[in-house]
Design a protein around this ligand. Structure first.
Ligand code: NDP
Length: 291
């Protein structure tokens, strides 16, 4: 039996309809959400991602600014630009597109983004809030995965969830969210011994490795829900995930395609976080005026 498809593209489109209403409600309160995307260098994949994010903002009625800096920009100059965005009242969310060029320390640049505008959820303050179970901004990709699971009514409480990959962007926050949803969590990584032993136990398997089609059908428990976060480009230019879609769909109960699975949900959650940042700013302004 072939798995049902978790259609991120359709789910994200539905969410984006709701965002338009939320943006209109904010506009009535005198607050138009604004997102700034900072791109350093000319990484072709990053350029495409930034273009998609800006287009999604525009479609939702969100103000967007695209700041493009050359690859040889001094880190101090990048931080100055971020600090100016921190002070800019039109901007509620700031996203620094990763990866940064090798001479730039990512952690230092990300730390310059004000925590209340950190719509990527990478600031230590926001990472800590998520770890303590009281999140402000949840990183977009794991938040998108949770929304996709919820959209299909997939139960998580008490289930065995295995996450392959432990990055700060995907694996670790994914583990925290699934734990908060009362799943039992295993996190695997490149040093894990006998990866298949763990993946075959998973009722919910989330894969974020960056290795084309590495997870094959024999590594998956029959009936598992398989979420493929990976985005890899094959030699012919086409995209594929970390999961061997053709074989795994024959054993899984649900599966995300690549493209059209987690990717569109990531962008939708960026819009959600930006709208929430603008709502927080509007609440603060109204409290100030009422005082
Ligand atoms: P990272 O490179 O930061 O992390 C990869 C993780 O996979 C690491 O924890 C690494 O382990 C682990 N890993 C690597 N090789 C193996 C292996 N052979 N067995 C087990 N674990 C392994 O990647 P990201 O988390 O940033 O991204 C992962 C993938 O997701 C990429 O393809 C990326 O393009 C995609 N992505 C997609 C998004 C979307 O919106 N759909 C958003 C973000 C990323 P270790 O820690 O030991 O090195």
């Amino acid at each position: 039996m072939s798995a049902s498809i978790l259609d991120g593209k359709a789910t994200a489109l539905r969410l984006r309809e709701q965002f338009r209403d939320q943006v209109a409600a904010l506009a009535a309160r005198g607050q138009r959400p604004g997102l700034a995307v900072v791109l350093v260098g000319e990484n072709p994949a990053s350029t495409v991602y930034v273009r998609n994010k800006v287009a999604a903002c525009e479609a939702a009625g969100i103000y967007s600014e695209n700041i493009v800096l050359s690859a040889d920009t001094e880190p101090a100059r990048i931080i100055e630009r971020i600090e100016a965005l921190n002070r800019d009242p039109r901007i509620h969310g700031i996203l620094v597109q990763l990866p940064l060029p090798p001479h730039i320390d990512e952690a230092t640049v990300l730390a310059a983004v004000a925590a209340h505008k950190d719509v990527d959820g990478f600031h230590t303050e926001n990472v800590g809030a998520l770890a303590l179970g009281n999140p402000r901004f949840i990183p977009c990709t794991p938040r998108g995965v949770m929304a996709l699971l919820a959209s299909a009514g997939i139960a998580l409480c008490g289930r065995e969830a295995v996450i392959v990959g432990r990055s700060n962007i995907v694996g670790r926050p994914m583990a925290r969210l699934l734990l908060a949803a009362d799943a039992t969590i295993t996190v695997c990584h490149s040093r894990t011994r006998d990866l298949s032993f763990h993946t075959r136990r998973a009722e919910i398997l989330v894969v974020a490795i960056g290795r084309p089609a590495m997870i094959t059908a024999d590594m998956v428990k029959p009936g598992a829900v398989v979420i493929d976060v990976g985005i890899n480009r094959r030699a012919d230019g086409s995209l594929c995930g970390d999961v061997d879609f053709a074989s795994v769909r024959e054993v899984a109960s649900w599966i995300t395609p690549v493209p059209g699975g987690v990717g569109p949900m990531t962008i939708a959650m960026l819009l959600a976080n930006t709208i929430e940042a603008a709502q927080q700013a509007a609440n603060q302004t109204e409290r100030f005026l009422a005082a």
